[in-house]
Design a protein around this ligand. Structure first.
Ligand code: AVJ
Length: 321
């Protein structure tokens, strides 16, 4: 993960595409082959992810929603009145809406996202629906350094990182992200983070290999994206979706497995695949309540509360600097 680099002034779409090409050429040249999961989310990938969140096997989204709604009063009690809520990688601001009981405590909402267009739309809809809160969007890659709007510097600050997105980071990068979030938010800050928990392997495996095949389409869509945006000639029927829980490393791994020996061209370069060779497209790390608290503590945060569900599937952690 690149940290401490200022977000570029380039148009996000152009930056996106060249970053995609660069990551891809580097990742397909590596052994084993890999592509970073952030490139899943073109419009079709985002649509498929939305469908994943509604699948019967995919428990994280609905479980976290339930915890946030139920525990909003407890979260509110931890926050200083007049706090500014900074959401890292906000996407749609629907999680803010779940925190209905937190809203009276907030003076500002700062959604941070790389997609300027989506961010502007969401900001407008939050302004329309929620009164008494200044909406101050920041266009930035939240894994890099960025500046908070000057209006919130004098207010208490709360970071919000839901969705277990932190699970996509290698644990050392997750710690680095938390450290950097602490630097951005500053002394006295609070952080609310959603984290998926280690659980029965069968439950984990089903969540990433659903019966309807939506996750398979989500994974394979990255090949379609390479074909469309980078002139690739991937045959989608010559690859299959694989997802499994790696017990030793506490993570779900997603791969695209080549069903035969083949050579594919993308971005003007040829890449050979052996039969059975995979492209590693995602890690989704899982934590125990204690292993996540230890990680946060290592990054300079003090764990102050953890809320979970009756199945112990998911955890929402509150941290203080
Ligand atoms: C958005 C990273 C939290 O890891 O569960 C869902 C992405 N990948 N199904 C996750 C994902 C396959 C998701 N995160």
């Amino acid at each position: 993960m690149t940290v401490l680099t200022q977000a570029t002034a380039e148009a996000p779409a152009a930056e996106d595409r060249s970053a995609f090409a660069e990551d891809l050429l580097a990742g397909l040249s590596a052994t084993p082959k890999r592509i970073p999961p952030k490139h899943f989310y073109d419009p079709e990938g985002s649509r498929l992810f939305e469908r994943i969140t509604g699948l019967p096997e995919y428990y994280p989204t609905r479980t976290e929603r339930m915890i946030l709604e139920r525990r909003a009063p407890d979260i509110a009690r931890l926050l200083p009145v007049g706090a500014a809520l900074v959401e890292f990688g906000s996407g749609s601001s629907e999680k803010l809406r779940l925190l209905r009981d937190v809203l009276p405590t907030l003076s500002a909402y700062v959604p941070v996202d790389i997609s300027a267009e989506f961010l502007a739309q969401e900001a407008a809809s939050v302004r329309r629906d929620i009164s008494g809160i200044a909406v101050l969007p920041v266009v930035a890659d939240f894994t890099r350094d960025f500046e908070l709007p000057p209006q919130v510097r004098a207010r208490p600050r709360v970071g919000f990182f839901p969705g277990s997105t932190i699970g996509n980071f290698e644990p050392e990068d997750a710690a680095e992200f938390l450290r950097q979030a602490g630097r951005i938010l500053g002394p006295g800050a609070t952080m609310i983070v959603g984290v998926d928990r280690i659980k029965d392997e069968a439950v984990l495996n089903a969540a990433y290999d659903d019966a309807a095949g939506v996750t398979a389409r989500f994974n394979l869509n990255i090949l379609r994206r390479m074909n469309r945006e980078l002139g690739g000639d991937f045959d989608l029927s010559a690859f299959r979706h694989r997802a499994f829980y790696n017990v030793a490393d506490h993570r779900i791994e997603m791969h695209l497995e080549s069903l035969k020996a083949q050579t594919v061209t993308v971005a003007g370069r040829a890449f050979s695949f052996a039969k059975g060779e995979t492209i590693h497209t995602e890690n989704s790390y899982k934590y125990t309540v204690d292993s996540f608290r230890a990680l946060a503590a290592e990054a300079g945060w003090r764990p102050v509360a953890t809320w979970t569900d009756a199945n112990d599937y998911f955890a929402v952690h509150a941290l203080k600097l």
